[in-house]
Design a protein around this ligand. Structure first.
Ligand code: C2E
Ligand code: MG
Ligand code: MG
Ligand code: MG
Length: 274
């Protein structure tokens, strides 16, 4: 009996693997056509001052409405695009589109764009960014590039050099998802970051634990010491926002303020706030 169960399990496992693999392959094929079919778009989520909920910037978040699969999460398709190299073209599309759309909003708003490690290491991000800036006539000073810590797993001086080049163009860097995985305060001080984004999981897990609040306070203190600002991700409630403010956090992002929303949605939201 045990053996048969085992076999069933193996069969089931095998077929789940096959299904997952099939989906991946099909996603890959569909993703290849996504740009020309115009299936990609950007949503934007406000970055706010916690003090008065005023919006100081927006983060562009990539969306894929696939003809075949419906809405596919970036958490699923970005890793595929990173692996097969499509991220170069997609990343460049994101930068161009985001700048073009952001130009139609208030000129004081910052624009945050996520970039993948693969765009640094296997593509020419410096060139991609500077071309996009030129094409849109977008002021580099308003652009923040969000990178995650996985970028720093292979620490290299080359990386630092490229970041410096991008800084010379005028744009700035935010360390995304800070507080997850291999986060190290070392990276923060070694590379030219101007902002730290505290990951939403970190916030959710720590906000009700007294001892961990000290961690948030420590990050705030360190950031301040290095002239960086801290944005807290994933704020979903009024209470969280209040709590974070009482710890000294100034900036945030999350469903409590606004979900990621379409270009026209964000324009309406900004107009209402003005
Ligand atoms: P991220 O850059 O950390 O973006 C924040 C994610 O948190 C977004 O998920 C956003 O919708 C979600 N979020 C915002 N507020 C809340 C909240 O209050 N509660 C909860 N539970 N979630 C919240 P999304 O849009 O699914 O994006 C997931 C990830 O995909 C992003 O994480 C980013 O790493 C990646 N991504 C998205 N767009 C791009 C892109 O254009 N290029 C690259 N390379 N990566 C992207
Ligand atoms: Mg981000
Ligand atoms: Mg993040
Ligand atoms: Mg994230």
């Amino acid at each position: 009996k045990a053996r048969r169960d085992n076999k069933n399990l193996t069969v089931r496992f095998q077929s789940e693997m096959d299904t997952a693999l099939q989906r991946r392959r099909k996603l890959e094929t569909e993703l290849f056509k996504a740009i020309v079919r115009d299936e990609l778009r950007l949503d934007y989520q406000p970055l706010v001052n916690l003090r008065d909920n005023s919006v100081f910037g927006v983060e562009a978040l990539l969306r894929w409405d696939s003809r075949e699969f419906g809405a596919v999460s970036p958490m699923e398709f970005i890793p595929i695009a990173e692996e097969n190299g499509y991220i170069q073209e997609i990343g460049s599309w994101v930068l161009n589109r985001a700048m073009k759309e952001a130009l139609t909003w208030d000129a004081s708003l910052r624009l945050s764009v996520n970039v993948s490690p693969a765009q640094f290491f296997r593509g020419n991000l410096v060139q991609t960014v500077s071309e996009a800036l030129d094409r849109a006539s977008f002021p580099a000073e308003r652009l923040d590039l969000e990178v995650t810590e996985s970028l720093f797993i292979d620490e290299s001086t080359d990386l630092k050099f490229r970041m410096e080049e991008l800084r010379e163009l005028g744009c700035k860097f935010s360390m995304d998802d800070f507080g997850t995985g291999y986060s190290s305060l070392g990276y923060i001080t070694k590379y030219p970051f101007s902002k730290i984004k505290l990951d939403k999981s970190f916030v959710r897990d720590t906000l009700d634990r007294e001892e961990d609040m000290a961690v948030i306070e420590a990050v705030l203190l360190l950031a301040e010491g290095y002239g960086m600002s801290v944005i807290v991700e994933g704020i979903e409630t009024f209470e969280q926002s209040q709590r974070l403010q009482s710890l000294g956090c100034k900036y945030g992002q999350g469903y409590y303020f606004s979900r990621p929303t379409s270009t026209s949605g964000i324009a309406a939201l900004l107009a209402k706030a003005a």
